[in-house]
Design a binder for this molecule. Structure first.
Ligand code: C5P
Length: 412
């Protein structure tokens, strides 16, 4: 997720990635991509084509990866460099992938180091097209991409819509941003048989219950924990729907996001999706109460100094009231934020709400709870003793929770 510090973590940590860079203006963003992948703990071998070197220098990549940038098919390391690169790679990513490179990859050409490496590897390959929008829309480029996707099995990530190079329009053609490509590579590295093809539903964030057109009752949930779970489930190969209350976080890459404001709207979105979900994760901090009625106009401070009184009604407990709509055999995960009697209250919720797992944390502990990137949680599972985890990043908590879900999905 952009904004969070990059530290070595799954699924990139300790993995070998070949990053091919071909000759498009977006190549400048690939320096950031190489840096991000390296900071996530990957060993990144950058291969530049001759035309990429018109845009970026080998030294720029060496500075961020700490490894030699490769440019020649016939180098001092011997004619079999492509074979070694291809064999040792856990994933190959080409970003940017120009129209010319896409044509050569579609044909299985072997006229430079990156094309030859593609033929020598059996690792997953992700191509990130980047070109002018008219070029991208050209039937020959589209034909090449369909062939690559359908017959070679490579992943095609992007392009996005947005401003292209100076004066070139703004249709689809723009390369994805480095953090999005990082996720696409992460999905190639992380795919987990337990999640492949599964549908996962996640709720996240707070809900805002309107008082009048400008004020609401809410809470300090940022959505970070639920967003991290949605992203990690997508990386493992699932099709993910995230029902999110108001949050300033960027949408997780590849995830379908349903944005809602109120508990009532979240309830409706969950009710319509949960029947198809193999996994549902209730990470939202739903407002327990909403004002009885919403004032049509902004409430004024009274001249006489009397304070208004808010009358509140309980919101539905979404996890509870959608319990009967869950898909048979699905796995359901809840969260509980407590300020006292953590384990006792959490165990009660596990049972009452029919969760298979409950992730409990103490809101009063440093580094746990709302608005921070870390969490210290205890995982409760029916019939097992609670598992207290150390202080971890929310990304790592998401991975541990999904490891448990994977075991439950596999019938363990
Ligand atoms: O608020 P409480 O601690 O009971 O929440 C426990 C779990 O129930 C959480 O997983 C939360 O997302 C879910 N919940 C819900 N709808 C509510 C309140 C809580 O789905 N109105």
């Amino acid at each position: 997720m952009p904004g969070t510090p990059l530290a070595p973590r799954r699924p990139w940590q300790g993995r070998r990635i070949v990053l091919g860079v071909t000759g498009g203006i977006a190549a400048y963003k690939s320096i950031q991509l190489a840096r991000d992948l390296t900071r996530l703990g990957a060993e990144v071998d950058v291969v530049l084509t001759r035309s990429a070197q018109q845009f970026v220098a080998p030294l720029s990549f060496e500075g961020v990866t700490g490894r030699r940038t490769l440019t020649d098919l016939f180098s001092v390391e011997g004619a079999a460099l492509h074979v070694r690169l291809g064999r040792e790679a856990d994933a190959v990513c080409v970003a940017p992938a120009t129209a010319d490179f896409i044509a050569r990859a579609a044909q299985g050409r072997a006229d430079d180091l990156i094309c030859t490496t593609l033929l020598a590897t059996r690792a997953p390959v992700i191509l990130c097209p980047a070109m002018n929008d008219r070029m991208f829309a050209h039937p020959q480029v589209q034909h090449n991409l369909s062939h690559i996707r359908d017959h070679l099995g490579y992943g095609i990530a992007g392009p996005a819509e947005g401003p292209l190079a100076v004066g070139e329009g703004d249709g689809p053609g723009r390369m994805l941003e480095p953090h999005q490509i990082t996720e696409a590579v992460g999905r190639a590295l992380a795919t987990d048989a337990a999640f492949r093809g599964r549908r996962v539903l996640v709720t996240a964030g707070p809900t805002h219950e309107p008082i009048d057109p400008v004020r609401y009752v809410g809470n300090r949930s940022s959505g970070r924990m639920g967003y991290a779970i949605a992203q990690a489930a997508w990386r493992r190969g699932a099709q993910v729907t995230l029902v999110s209350g108001p949050s300033s976080l960027e949408h997780p890459f590849g995830v379908d996001v349903v944005s809602v404001e109120t508990a009532a709207a979240m309830h409706e979105a969950v009710a319509s999706a949960i029947g198809g979900a193999d996994v549902s994760v209730f990470a939202a901090a739903v407002a327990d109460f909403r004002p009885d009625s919403v004032h049509a106009q902004k409430m004024k401070r009274s001249e006489g100094g009397t304070s208004p009184t808010l009358s509140l009604t309980a919101n539905p407990d979404i996890a509870l009231v959608t319990r009967d709509l869950r898909k048979e055999g699905s796995v359901c995960v809840g969260f509980a934020l407590e300020t006292r009697d953590l384990l006792k209250n959490a165990a009660k919720k596990l049972d009452q709400k029919g969760f298979h797992l409950l992730v409990a944390n103490d809101a009063t502990e440093d580094g746990a709870g709302f608005e921070v990137d870390t969490n210290r949680v205890t995982i409760l599972k029916a019939g097992a003793s609670p598992e207290a985890l150390p202080l971890l990043s929310k990304h790592e908590v998401a991975e541990v929770v999904l490891d448990h879900v994977a075991r439950l999905l596999s019938g363990e």
